[in-house]
Design a protein around this ligand. Structure first.
Ligand code: APR
Ligand code: PHB
Length: 389
């Protein structure tokens, strides 16, 4: 097997295949420090935690992960809590940064002798529609070549794998949102022991965390916002305004050590298999970060793909790999729907008029008062099962 990309999708798949005794090489354009250093979301669904346990990767997660049975929504400063555990029969999420997940995946990969080709330039896929595909790349000025049974494109939104699918086969679906998120990390205690998603007239804000001493905060910003114009003081002032006085009184300010702007996008590419190429994770789909589904969705893709490939090698059955694309897409679209919905009801859109704003307020007011609406949010937030009947 060739796996292109050593992000969460590629590394979880590499561990899954290794556990089944299936040979795989991970081919990654950058080095470990770069991949591990990227700051991303940090909320793990129960299925992601379960996979880390199953793969023997969870010892630090059990010690350091923060288990959250609830989450909070604020409408113009008024906070209400959604008791996810009570609404879902005990399900929780675990707050543990993607950077920590990557460190655990890479440390275990070294211990277990997984094969990763770092700094691979000019990756080219060939023969994907035949019986014996291959991957070539350049490493330290030497050309490398790998013949394999299958190629898995785990190379993210900007990767090469998706572009190998012929244009008359590939269909893409997309929404680009007219704003971004300005995110900050600071070594100060979080405002609350759980997350707070805030809809305010001035725009969305999110209070999150990495640990009891490290906070992660976001505010919605203009797409062309200039980081240089966002001093720490301006950020804290705007954040506190949007979270409202009750939460603002619990915000501890401090110097930020990371500050960046990210655009928001919904994107799905279909199908997720073509010939002997499979796509998984961001190579096939992007969600806006509201609800933190990105990494969890990569994990559910490779959980399905790992099982399908195991069935192929162990039982000589292609049923799993033949169904992979449809199975994965059915879950992907539900996560797309949830992330789009949660973004739509919490952000300020530049085209919004008074009617739109009142519909948004009614939606969140309904959520505040209706256990049925809360349950819908909760079951999506903790992660839908791999298959829904
Ligand atoms: N050749 C080799 N590697 C490549 C190439 C290429 N041409 N293009 C991209 N890559 C590598 C990138 O350097 C990156 O390490 O593929 C990896 C893709 O990783 P992610 O973008 O993290 O994608 P994925 O593993 O699907 O992650 C899904 O985790 O990082 C988050 O935002 C992401 O939430 C999403 C989730
Ligand atoms: C984060 O902590 O980075 C985070 C949490 C929840 C989200 C998005 C990001 O919905």
């Amino acid at each position: 097997m060739a796996i292109v990309g050593a992000g969460p999708a590629g590394m979880f798949l590499a561990h899954l295949l290794h556990a089944e005794g299936i040979d795989a090489v991970v081919i990654e354009r950058r080095d470990r420090d770069y991949v591990e250093g990227r700051v991303r979301a940090g909320v793990l669904e129960q299925g992601t935690v379960a996979l880390m346990r199953r793969l023997g990767l969870s010892s630090r997660l059990e010690r350091e992960g923060l288990i959250h049975g609830g989450t909070n929504v604020a409408l113009d400063g008024e906070v209400f809590r959604i008791d996810m555990a009570a609404l879902t029969g005990g399900a929780t999420v675990t707050v543990y940064g993607q950077q920590e997940v990557m460190r655990d995946l890479f440390d275990a990969a070294e211990d277990r002798g997984l094969s990763i080709a770092w700094n691979a330039r000019d990756v080219v896929l060939a023969g994907l529609d035949g019986a014996r595909p291959s991957v070539t790349w350049w490493q330290d000025d030497v050309e490398q070549h790998l013949d394999c049974d299958f190629v898995v494109g785990c190379d993210g939104y900007h990767g090469v794998s998706r572009t190998a699918i012929p244009a008359d086969v590939l269909r893409v679906f997309e929404r680009v949102y007219p704003f971004g998120w300005l995110g900050v990390l600071a070594d100060v205690p979080p405002a609350d022991h759980e997350l707070i998603y805030a809809n305010h007239e001035r725009g969305f804000a999110l209070a999150s965390m990495r640990s009891p001493t490290r906070s992660r905060y976001y505010i919605q910003c203009a797409l062309d916002a200039d980081l240089a114009e966002w001093s720490d003081d301006r950020f804290w002032d705007e954040l506190c305004l949007r979270l409202g006085p009750e939460t603002a009184s619990k915000v501890t300010r401090g110097p930020s050590f990371e500050k960046a702007i990210a655009p928001l996008r919904s994107f799905v590419a279909e199908p997720m298999r073509w010939g002997r190429l499979f796509l998984a994770g961001d190579a096939a789909h992007i969600v806006p970060p509201t609800g933190a589904k990105g990494m969890n969705l990569a994990v559910s893709d490779v959980t399905m793909l790992g099982a399908a490939l195991t069935e192929h090698y162990r039982e000589r059955s292609n049923a799993g790999i033949d169904h992979y694309s449809a199975r994965a897409l059915s879950r992907v679209w539900k996560a797309e729907r949830f992330s789009w919905w949660f973004t739509s009801v919490t952000h300020r859109f530049p085209t919004m008029d008074g009617f739109d704003r009142r519909i948004q307020m009614a939606e969140l007011d309904y959520l505040r008062g209706s256990p049925a609406a809360q349950r819908t949010l909760a079951e999506n937030y903790v992660g839908l099962p791999l298959e829904m009947a």
